[in-house]
Design a protein around this ligand. Structure first.
Ligand SMILES: Cc1cc2nc3c(=O)[nH]c(=O)nc-3n(C[C@H](O)[C@H](O)[C@H](O)COP(=O)(O)O)c2cc1C
Length: 186
């Protein structure tokens, strides 16, 4: 699969089979994050790979944040079950002091965002599926995984073989809505 095809066909996967992830495929995904570009090549990202079923179940529980979901009418995080059922969960973290902080923009989020896009595309390219889960109880997840308080948790990635073909892509804004040529117009 070439890069453009991977970008075009990747979808968020929230249902996984119990087929284990081969160590070499997990390694390929981790090597893809390692190669991402980053602020001054400081590589502020850190990852926790979780395969223990009890730990995955606890992570899954911490992905339901009532204060976020209840006002939106959601009963759960749409990826709550996925976090418990996927064979692997990758917890993506960033060290803010190991990246740029300029014009009020904290570039650790950019660094980890780029690395995790590599993660998602590499997973897809080797036949696996995943989804970026950005809603979770960061404080309690940090305690659960012994993540130091100065390290921020950016996203959770259940990883495994998709149980079903994901449906078509959710709608995207048209290029007219998101691209300006030469100068910002409108
Ligand atoms: C920063 C970020 C946070 C997200 N958080 C969640 C989440 O908490 N739960 C979930 O089920 N999906 C989450 N998603 C997945 C998006 O809903 C999904 O990417 C979007 O609907 C587009 O679908 P696609 O990935 O299949 O193209 C998140 C995606 C991003 C990039």
């Amino acid at each position: 699969m070439d890069t453009l095809e991977a970008i075009r066909t990747r979808r968020s996967v929230r249902k996984f089979s119990d087929r284990p992830v081969e160590p070499e495929k997990l390694q390929a995904v981790l090597e893809a994050v390692q190669m991402a570009p980053s602020w001054a090549n400081m590589q502020c990202w850190r990852f926790v790979v979780v395969e223990d079923p009890d730990m995955k179940a606890k992570i899954s529980e911490l992905s339901y944040v009532e204060a976020y979901f209840a006002p939106k009418g959601y009963k759960s995080n749409p990826s709550r079950k996925a976090l418990a059922e996927a064979p692997v969960v990758i917890v993506a973290c960033g060290v803010p002091t190991d990246s740029g902080d300029l014009r009020g923009q904290q570039y650790y989020l950019t660094d980890v965002g780029i690395a995790t896009e590599n993660l998602m595309l590499a997973a897809h390219a080797v036949g696996l599926g995943t989804v970026f889960v950005g809603v979770f109880d960061e404080e309690n997840l940090g305690y659960l995984l012994d993540i130091p308080p100065e390290v921020r948790i950016v996203g959770l990635f259940p990883l495994g073989y998709p149980q079903e073909e994901p449906k078509g892509a959710p709608p995207r804004k048209s290029l007219d809505e998101i691209v300006h040529y030469e100068k910002w117009k409108g």
